[in-house]
Design a protein around this ligand. Structure first.
Ligand code: PBG
Ligand code: ZN
Length: 265
């Protein structure tokens, strides 16, 4: 972490979005809100080493649950939306306590933004911002992330809470709901296959949009460049497309190298 931070500082600082891989997973993802959890400790360390860094924590349960789902399950294996909200709130508050500037719930439970806003306020963290993963699709492009985090669902899929790629208007309704519940920013994810949502959303709502170039998008470009199938310029081209479509923030695994390239230009 120290090494990455030093590189990041040299490239011009900015923001970081943290995910955790815990030592052990259980049914209720208890490592997620542990005050000595891997994300909480990393946040405290970043605060110390890079005081100017804007720290964002991804709030979800799938990296921490033994079954790999983003919430608490009932006997039939279905996610219990409302019961899950309480756990998400505990995670968000633990991040705020550890020094997060912003929390980013990626669980796609209904009512999560409002629940987390209230919980943060009640705990005194009125200035901790919320970035909603509002338009998050049930996508095959998350594959490499799930491999890395060992967080693929043990059974079934995430289609009960993540969105149908064919349903663009539902994405706009989810964005609207998150804004109404108090999101400070909203996100479209994955990015490149959903540029139409980014464009329509950012034109329809007066709130800054983030676009998340996810692990599958990153891996495709990375692999194709390694194989010599594509030139290195495709990285910036892929990110410029997101800006053009209306993104104010780009979330990308290329952040460090693009930051360094821009600095040296
Ligand atoms: C957790 C989460 C995922 C990603 C970000 N937060 C995995 C998922 O929903 O399966 C994917 C990120 C990526 O693919 O880069 N819910
Ligand atoms: Zn999840």
């Amino acid at each position: 972490l120290g090494e990455v931070l030093a590189r990041r500082e040299k490239a011009g600082g900015g923001a970081c979005l943290l995910f955790g891989i815990p030592d052990h997973k259980d049914e209720i993802g208890s490592a997620a809100w542990d005050e000595n959890g891997v994300v909480q400790r990393a946040m405290a360390q970043i605060r110390r080493l890079s005081p100017e860094m804007y720290i964002i924590g991804d709030v979800c349960m799938c990296e921490y649950t033994s079954h790999g789902h983003c919430g608490i399950l009932d006997e039939t294996g279905y996610v219990k939306n409302d019961e899950t909200l309480g756990y998400l709130c505990r995670i968000a508050v633990s991040y705020a306590r550890a020094g997060a500037d912003m929390v980013a719930p990626s669980d796609m439970m209904d009512g999560h933004i409002q629940a987390i806003r209230s919980a943060l306020d009640e705990a005194g963290f009125v200035n901790t911002a919320i970035l909603g993963y509002s338009a998050k699709f049930a996508s095959g492009f998350y594959g490499p992330f799930r491999d890395a985090a060992d967080s693929a669902p043990a059974f079934g899929d995430r289609k009960a809470y993540q969105m149908d790629p064919a349903n663009g208007r539902e994405a706009l309704r989810e964005i609207e709901a998150d804004i109404r519940e108090g999101a400070d920013m909203v996100m479209v994810k994955p990015a490149m296959p959903y540029l139409d949502i980014l464009k329509a959303g950012s034109e329809a709502y007066n709130i800054p949009f983030a676009a998340y170039q996810v692990s599958g998008e990153y891996s495709m470009l990375k692999k194709a460049m390694e194989e010599g199938l594509l030139p290195p310029t495709v990285v910036e081209e892929s990110l410029i497309a997101l800006k053009r479509a209306g993104a104010r923030w780009l979330i990308t695994y290329f952040a460090l190298e693009v930051g360094e390239a821009l600095k040296n230009r």
